[in-house]
Design a protein around this ligand. Structure first.
Ligand code: UT7
Length: 354
């Protein structure tokens, strides 16, 4: 099935439609979100003591004031299980009713097994299957859409999509080009079928990857290309390496462009969007996209000052902040946007369902 055909399925305006190949399709909606953030703070003042940087430089160049980081031993699956359990408690859905767990992360507890399996065990989701999804900053948005397809086909009724990163485990705190940006945390969403005739759920999406940008943001060693050796450790090749300029250039161009294309093919403009939820990598990237899209500032959620860039965690954290601030209510048209390593990019339109 081509990307366009999948999109046609996902933009179905009605609750159900019939397709020749797949049978009866349902529309998926997000019926709950929650977050997990470690309490410990790493402020700009703390970083001034670690590397040659200043609070002023970090604020002006990124918009970040602080980030949360885990205590040693706290893992991505711990935070993922915490967010998932909060969702189960608030929705009343039993752990045993979860069908699928998609765990989006680039900082799994271990390479093997998948973090989704660890969460499945921790929350007692004994009937669920699951897998990890590696798409860096785009991971949560890609995970939402993958989960939505399993609901759409009728295969599943309850899908947990988790976006969590414990970046502090893969960041070099001697490298000022990266350590000031990233933080730990994220959240989860429960996907369920929309009710009969309910105007809620996934409307359309546009996703892209461009692997020619792979070297601009990567962890050079530890995989099959450069397995771990004493030398790779000595050269600090197991940490995130970033060509900030290259990523910034791609991100500022791509975030606005992919959103414009998605809005346009749905006959919408930035003015029609009730809430813009962009990946939080750099406030300047968000401001630039918002300006190009003509998005009023009161409809954009920005919380990078509080959490930094939590990679797969930024979108659930942003949704949660928007709800806390009263910026997100049932029936709102939400535009998600993401750009990041890969390069990967994406935009999605969702009618908010609760
Ligand atoms: O979510 C994943 C996707 N990632 C992103 O979207 C990140 C995209 N990139 C960025 O956000 C920005 O490129 C950075 C925040 C990483 C860097 O900001 P910048 O405005 O592009 O700075 P720069 O790399 O052009 O550096 C400007 C100056 C340089 O000094 P000189 O050469 O002008 O003397 C850097 O050495 O700032 C210096 N610099 C710093 N100074 C203080 C770089 N990092 C720091 C720092 N503190 N932490």
């Amino acid at each position: 099935m081509s990307r366009d055909e999948v999109s046609v399925v996902s933009i179905a305006p009605k609750h159900e439609l019939i397709t020749g190949k797949m049978g009866k399709l349902s529309r998926a909606k997000i019926s709950a979100i929650d977050i997990a953030v470690p309490p410990k703070l790493l402020t700009n003042a703390d970083l001034e003591k670690l590397v040659a940087t200043t609070d002023q430089w970090i604020m002006e160049r990124t918009g970040i004031r602080q980030r949360h980081i885990v205590e040693p031993g706290v893992t991505s699956s711990d935070l993922g299980a915490e967010a998932a359990l909060k969702i189960l408690a608030k929705t009343g859905v039993a752990a045993t009713d979860i069908d699928l767990i998609i765990f989006s992360t680039i900082s799994p507890d271990m390479f093997l097994p998948a973090t989704a399996c660890l969460v499945q065990n921790k929350i007692g989701a004994t009937k669920a299957w699951g897998f990890d999804l590696s798409a860096a900053c785009s991971g949560f948005l890609y995970g939402l859409q993958v989960g939505a397809q399993f609901i759409a086909t009728g295969a599943h009724k309850n899908v947990l999509v988790i976006g969590i990163d414990v970046m502090s485990g893969i960041i070099d705190y001697t490298d000022r080009a990266t350590c000031v940006i990233f933080g730990d945390g994220g959240g989860a969403a429960l996907l369920q079928p929309a009710g009969e005739g309910e105007d809620a759920g996934f409307i359309d999406f546009l996703f892209e990857v461009d692997g020619s940008g792979g070297d601009a943001l990567c962890i050079p060693a530890g995989g099959s290309k450069t397995p771990a050796t004493h030398e790779t450790v000595d050269k600090r090749l197991h940490y995130v390496h970033q060509d900030g300029h290259a990523v910034f250039k791609m991100a500022t161009r791509k975030m606005a462009e992919i959103c414009s294309r998605l809005l346009e093919r749905n006959g919408l403009t930035g003015q029609d969007v009730d809430l813009f939820v962009p990946h939080q990598a750099n406030k300047r990237i968000i401001d630039s996209a918002a300006e190009r899209l003509g998005m009023p500032s009161e409809r954009i959620i920005i919380n990078i000052d509080e959490y930094g860039n939590t990679t797969a965690g930024t979108l659930p954290l942003a949704l949660n902040s928007a709800r806390d601030k009263g910026m997100l209510k049932k029936g709102d048209l939400v535009l998600f946007a993401t750009v990041g390593a890969g390069f990967s990019a994406g935009a999605a339109l969702v009618r908010w369902g609760y």
